[in-house]
Design a protein around this ligand. Structure first.
Ligand code: ZN
Length: 295
């Protein structure tokens, strides 16, 4: 089968399904243009590259800043552009168009909130690994999370950026600051310790009430559709954390003879032998298969 035939087969499976479970990993946001190096990095972090010597946003997250003001000077730009600005390419919107009238649920390890921004119903989303848009106590002394849009916006404005049409813009000729003023450094409202982002990077990750509610909704969805024609659609999931999406999807497809498995991934599109006859695996960039790219 050539790629287009496979893509058509994948769409037919989704179209004919009673339920669609989407599992999305980092590769999906990459294909939507959320890249962490190159032009996008240069545009917002050229000054920090000169000052600190890192060459991509990912490394910037591990740099040992010598003050909280500098640490948040980096993170506020990072969070603003990766969480509050739209993805450069409309990949998520196109997926939404495919499934919006279906009985669907999304499970994702991405923390950039692209599904919700594209219109997906938040009652049908489970962000297992957290959200850049939430703060928590770094200790943590309590299990609550806090919306950070307002404070992150204040931080980027304090560096000298402007926000136009929800995009971060450097005023012409301006030199932006690489640090924020001390009064904007976020601290826990209960214990006064530093705040951190609500991300599952270590054992301090807070699973708040919203996290448990989403986990429960996902479990219920799977239960209710256990014996139906379910299409498990895996997009851009690599082998970093296969235990969250990839392996459970394989297992559930194997256990339900009516289910099918669709996998689109650059370099790692594969299905085990047991479910191969009900699988469509496409090795490629998801963006190549979206509506605006069908030629
Ligand atoms: Zn605290």
């Amino acid at each position: 089968m050539d790629r287009n035939t496979m893509y058509k087969a994948a769409l037919d499976r989704i179209e004919g399904a009673d339920a669609v479970v989407i599992g999305a990993g980092a590769g999906l946001s990459t294909s939507a243009g959320f890249t962490y190096s190159g032009a996008r990095f240069e545009k917002y972090f050229a000054d920090m590259e000169r000052a600190y010597g890192f060459h991509d946003m990912y490394s910037g997250g591990f740099y040992n800043y010598d003050s909280s003001e500098k640490l948040w000077g980096f993170w506020c730009r990072y969070i603003y552009i990766n969480r509050y600005m739209d993805a450069p390419k409309p990949v998520y919107q196109d997926i939404f168009e495919r499934v919006k009238n279906k009985n669907y649920f999304v499970l994702t390890t991405n923390v950039d909130h692209c599904f919700q921004k594209a219109g997906f119903d938040k009652e049908r989303l489970f962000y297992t690994q957290g959200d850049y848009g939430l703060f928590q106590c770094s200790q943590p002394c309590h299990k609550e999370t806090y919306d950070n849009e307002e404070i992150i916006t204040k931080m980027v404005l304090s560096e000298g950026y402007e926000i136009k049409d929800a995009r971060l813009v450097k005023p012409k000729g301006a030199v932006v600051s690489m640090e924020i003023p001390p009064e904007l450094v976020p601290v826990c409202p209960k214990c006064g310790r530093p705040m951190s982002m609500n991300l599952r990077s270590d054992c301090t990750f807070v699973q708040d009430a919203g996290w448990y509610a989403a986990a429960e909704r996902y479990e219920r969805f799977l239960r209710e559709n256990r014996n139906t024609k379910t299409a498990f659609v895996e997009l851009g999931v690599g082998y970093n954390t296969p235990g969250i999406i990839k392996y459970p999807f394989w297992q559930m497809v194997e256990n339900n003879p009516k289910a099918s498995y669709i996998c689109i991934n650059k370099g790692e599109a594969y299905a085990p032998r047991e479910i191969a006859d009900r699988s469509v695996c496409i090795d490629g960039d998801i963006y190549d298969y979206t509506d605006r790219n069908e030629d």
